[in-house]
Design a protein around this ligand. Structure first.
Ligand code: SF4
Ligand code: SF4
Length: 432
C-alpha cells in the first residue's frame, strides 16, 4: 500500500471510530446517565427517568431501585476526565512547579503508548483529556495525539506556559476544547510567583491564541502573594476577552513541597476566598472556575448543599471523577497525587478501576475522622485536599488541615484543653 493510500485508510478508520464514538456522548451510570452537551459545554448528570427520555436503557445496571438518582454512593463507572502529563520536560523552571519538571526527563511514554492509553480511556467512556506537563507544546507529535483523541471521541484540552513552541499551539488551537495559559500575576507579579520574568511572553502567547480561538483562558495558582491581585487578574482576563479564569490552590507537590510554607494562602485569605471571587467575577462579568481543592473554602460560607450538588460542585474526586497519569504512564488519583504503590499504568486502568482497594484513601473518604465525619458538606467535599493532608499531616486520609472548619475545630479543641488544664492546675498544686 502506498503511503498516500495508507493515510487515506487511516483517516477513514478514524472517521468510523468518530461516528461510533457519538454513541457514547451519553454514558450510563447506576444513578442514571451522564450526558455531554456541546452548547453550553457541560457534563450533565441525569436520573433514570430523564435518561429514558433520551432513549437510554440501563438494563441490569438499573436493577437496584435505591440507586436511582443517587450520585456518589459508589465510584463512577469511569472517570469523567483524565489529566495526562505527556512529558515532564520543561525549560521554564518555575519555583513551585508541582511536577518538578526539568529540561531533561527520562523514561517517558512515547506517542504510541499514549495512543494506546487513549484507546483504553475511550473504551472506558472518559469524556475529556487535560493535556499538560512539563510543557506538552514541546512534543513534536502533540498534533497527531490531539487528532487521535478527537477520532476516539475525547475532547482534548491543553494547559501551557505559552513560553515554548507557540507556533505548534497556534496551529492546533482550534482542535482543543479549551486552552489555558498559566499566568499567576501581571508584570512583576508573574516573577514573584514563578521566579522569573515571563509575563510579556506569556501575554503575547495568550493574545496570539485568542486570535485563533475563543476557547482560551488563564490558569492562576493562588498564593499569599497574588491573592490581593485577583481583581487585577480578572480585569486582565476581561480585557483579553478570555472565556474563563481557573483558580488553583497552591499544592505541596513536586517543587511545591519546598515552596509550600512560603506560598500557601493564609487562613484569613482562605476564609475570604469565596466572597473575593464572587465579587470579582460579577464586577468583571467573567466565568471563574475553582479547582476541586477549594471546596472547604466554599463550605466555610455555608452555601446550600442542594445548590452545590445541582451544579455538580464537588471536592476531592480524585480516583473517581478524575484521574492523573504521570509522564511514564503511571496512574494517580489526580495530577497532584503520587501514584498508588503497585499502581497500574493507564493501559491497565479498566481492570484496576474495579478493584476494591483502588486509590486507597481517595475512595475510602467515607471513613472520615472529625470534623469531616459530621460535616454537612462531607458528601460533596470528601475531606478536602488529600495532597495537602499528606504533606502537612503525613496521612492523606486525615481532614484537610487548611479547611477553615478543620482549623476552627482544632482551635476549639485547644481552647477546651487549655481550660481543662487551668482547672486541673490548683489540684496538681495541692498534691505537690
Ligand atoms: S470539615 Fe472536612 S468535609 Fe467539611 S468542608 Fe472541611 S474538609 Fe470538607
Ligand atoms: S487531592 Fe483531591 S482535592 Fe487535592 S487536587 Fe487531588 S483531587 Fe483535588
Amino acid at each position: 500500500m502506498t503511503s498516500r493510500l495508507a493515510k487515506t485508510a487511516s483517516r477513514l478508520a478514524r472517521r468510523v471510530q468518530a461516528l461510533r464514538s457519538r454513541e457514547r456522548r451519553v454514558r450510563l451510570e447506576p444513578f442514571g446517565a451522564i450526558a455531554q452537551l456541546t452548547t453550553p459545554r457541560a457534563l450533565v448528570f441525569v436520573d433514570r427517568q430523564y435518561a429514558r427520555s433520551l432513549g437510554m436503557d440501563g438494563g441490569a445496571l438499573w436493577n437496584n431501585e435505591s440507586s436511582d438518582g443517587v450520585i456518589g454512593a459508589e465510584p463512577l463507572r469511569a472517570p469523567l476526565e483524565a489529566h495526562l502529563q505527556l512529558t515532564n520536560r520543561c525549560d521554564a523552571g518555575c519555583k513551585g512547579c508541582y511536577t518538578a519538571a526539568t529540561p531533561h526527563a527520562s523514561r517517558e511514554w512515547s506517542q504510541s503508548a499514549w495512543q494506546k492509553a487513549i484507546d483504553t480511556l475511550a473504551e472506558m467512556g472518559v469524556f475529556h483529556l487535560a493535556l499538560g506537563g512539563g510543557e506538552s507544546a514541546d512534543l513534536p507529535w502533540l498534533g497527531e495525539l490531539v487528532e487521535y483523541a478527537r477520532a476516539r471521541g475525547l475532547v482534548p484540552n491543553l494547559t501551557t506556559s505559552g513560553l515554548s513552541n507557540l507556533d505548534r499551539v497556534l496551529e492546533l488551537a482550534p482542535r482543543f476544547g479549551q486552552i489555558n495559559v498559566s499566568i499567576d500575576g501581571l508584570g512583576r507579579d508573574y516573577e514573584a510567583v514563578r521566579g522569573f520574568d515571563g509575563f510579556a511572553r506569556a501575554d503575547h502567547a495568550l493574545r496570539e491564541i485568542r486570535a485563533r480561538t475563543s476557547k482560551v483562558g488563564i490558569n492562576v495558582v493562588v498564593t499569599r502573594h497574588n491573592f490581593d491581585k485577583l481583581d487585577q487578574l480578572f480585569a486582565y482576563a476581561r480585557k483579553r476577552r478570555l472565556n474563563e479564569v481557573e483558580l488553583l490552590r497552591f499544592k505541596p507537590a513536586g517543587r511545591g513541597i519546598q515552596a509550600f510554607a512560603a506560598m500557601t494562602c493564609s487562613q484569613e485569605q482562605h476564609r475570604a476566598f469565596l466572597p473575593t471571587v464572587l465579587k470579582g467575577a460579577r464586577k468583571h462579568r467573567l466565568r471563574v472556575r475553582v479547582d476541586c481543592s477549594y471546596m472547604p473554602m466554599l463550605a466555610h460560607h455555608q452555601p446550600s448543599t442542594e445548590l452545590l450538588a445541582s451544579l455538580a460542585v464537588y471536592g476531592c474526586t480524585g480516583g473517581d471523577f478524575l484521574i492523573g497519569a504521570k509522564a511514564g504512564g503511571q496512574v494517580s488519583a489526580c495530577s497532584f497525587a503520587a501514584p498508588p504503590s503497585q499502581g497500574p499504568s493507564v493501559h491497565e486502568l479498566a481492570e484496576y478501576w474495579q478493584k476494591e482497594d483502588a486509590f486507597g484513601a481517595f475512595r475510602n473518604w467515607r471513613d472520615a475522622a472529625e470534623p469531616c465525619k459530621s460535616c454537612s458538606y462531607h458528601h460533596l467535599c470528601r475531606g478536602g485536599c488529600k495532597v495537602v493532608s499528606r504533606l502537612l499531616l503525613g496521612d492523606e486520609s486525615l481532614p484537610d488541615p487548611e479547611c477553615p472548619r478543620v482549623v476552627a475545630a482544632a482551635e476549639q479543641d485547644d481552647a477546651r484543653s487549655n481550660a481543662s488544664n487551668q482547672r486541673r492546675l490548683p489540684i496538681l498544686q495541692e498534691l505537690l
